[in-house]
Design a protein around this ligand. Structure first.
Ligand code: FES
Ligand code: FE
Length: 355
């Protein structure tokens, strides 16, 4: 897939020329279970206010959180049946955004001028996803990112952990997830040990702007690599980055080959320095409960949060010369290059002259 450059932004061929690439991405906005029929939620996405709502029959809709009439947040309104009703003058919108009723002028059939432009919306992996920009067949992923972790059942549990709200940029959060060398220090006693901090060599494959990243053969010594582990051992990690704000890791303890665990990180960039994060975990859980799995993940995330909220510059610098790196950082450097190739701007310090 080639690229073209427009206004300082590179896009894989076929993207709408002036649409920021971030708006072509599927982004998670809330857990499906948090939005029962008849409810709505206000949510910040890519620096804009949006509303997501579920009609009484279960169908989903999402739109900018602004009534086209007089700019009132639609999230101040109510879902009534299959309509979202504005609190100011009662205009009622259907799930496609058409205005179906203007109470002050009940005999008039509202037209396109009175409609709201809805976002594409999906429910996947227990989360509701939206795409802020108009649908386009060349979007990086035509659907929300896949998750190929082990299936629920036969000793495997799937648990959605989060949301975690963190005052850090989404790319800093992603890079932390891809970083092996911090285990020994930030997660000492569980995922790492300062006396066994060495990281083995590993491979990174970068498939070009549209194809994401993969790292294999990443090995680290871990005292307690998972909730069931009783002894320390070498653990092999594999990472996939299918989209800028999403990554999946799989890990395999070397002496425990039938253990399975995959973790997806799904991040919502709310503002450049505010990110909401979920982890979807599918793992061999033995007799461990969902609550125990969540508690383990909560503790790990709190350890990462301290670092993430303190890093400076807070935006992730894409220029490889901006921070000192070493050979073991090649996955994070590949991630920065990947964001640069795609023309991602949200949450990063771009290379080159300021736009
Ligand atoms: Fe929404 Fe008037 S502002 S109906
Ligand atoms: Fe961490």
């Amino acid at each position: 897939m080639g690229c073209h450059r427009l206004g300082g932004r590179r896009h894989p061929d076929g993207y709408p020329a002036m649409m920021p690439i971030e708006e072509t991405l599927w982004l998670p906005v809330c857990a499906g279970a948090q939005l029962p029929p008849g409810h709505l939620q206000a949510i910040r996405v890519l620096g804009q206010d949006r509303v997501v709502w579920r009609a009484a029959d279960g169908r989903l809709s999402a739109a900018p959180d602004r009534c086209p009439h007089r700019g009132t947040p639609l999230s101040m309104g109510q879902v009534q049946g299959d309509r979202l009703v504005c609190p100011y003058h009662g205009w009622a919108f259907d799930i496609e955004g058409r205005c179906r009723h203007i109470p002050a002028l009940a005999q008039v059939v509202p037209g396109a001028r009175q409609a709201v432009a809805c976002h594409a919306v999906r429910e996947r992996h227990g989360l509701i996803w939206l795409r802020a920009g108009a649908a386009h067949e060349s979007a990086l992923l035509a659907e929300p990112p896949p998750f190929d972790g082990p299936a629920e059942g036969a000793g495997i549990r799937r648990v959605l952990c989060g949301p975690y709200d963190v005052a850090a940029s989404a790319p800093r959060v992603l890079e932390n997830f891809l970083d092996l060398a911090h285990f020994a220090f930030v997660h000492a006693g569980s995922l790492g040990d300062p006396d066994h901090a060495a990281i083995g060599d590993y491979r990174v494959e970068a498939g070009g702007a549209g194809r994401g990243l993969r790292a294999t053969g990443c090995r680290a010594w871990q005292p307690k690599s998972n909730l069931l582990a009783q002894t320390g051992e070498m653990v092999e990690y594999r990472y996939e980055v299918p989209a800028p704000y999403c990554a999946v890791l799989s890990k395999c303890p070397e002496r425990w080959q039938d253990y399975q665990e995959s973790i997806a990180l799904f991040a919502l960039p709310q503002d450049p320095l505010r990110t909401r994060v979920w982890f979807l975990i599918a793992m061999s859980a033995g007799d461990r409960s969902e609550e125990q799995i969540r508690a383990f993940q909560d503790a790990l995330f709190e350890q990462d949060r301290r670092i993430l909220e303190a890093q400076r510059p807070a935006l992730l610098p894409l220029d490889p010369r901006a921070e000192a790196s070493c050979a073991i950082d090649r996955l994070s450097l590949a991630y920065r290059a990947y964001l640069g190739e795609l023309g991602v701007r949200f949450g990063v310090l771009p290379t080159g002259p300021a736009p």
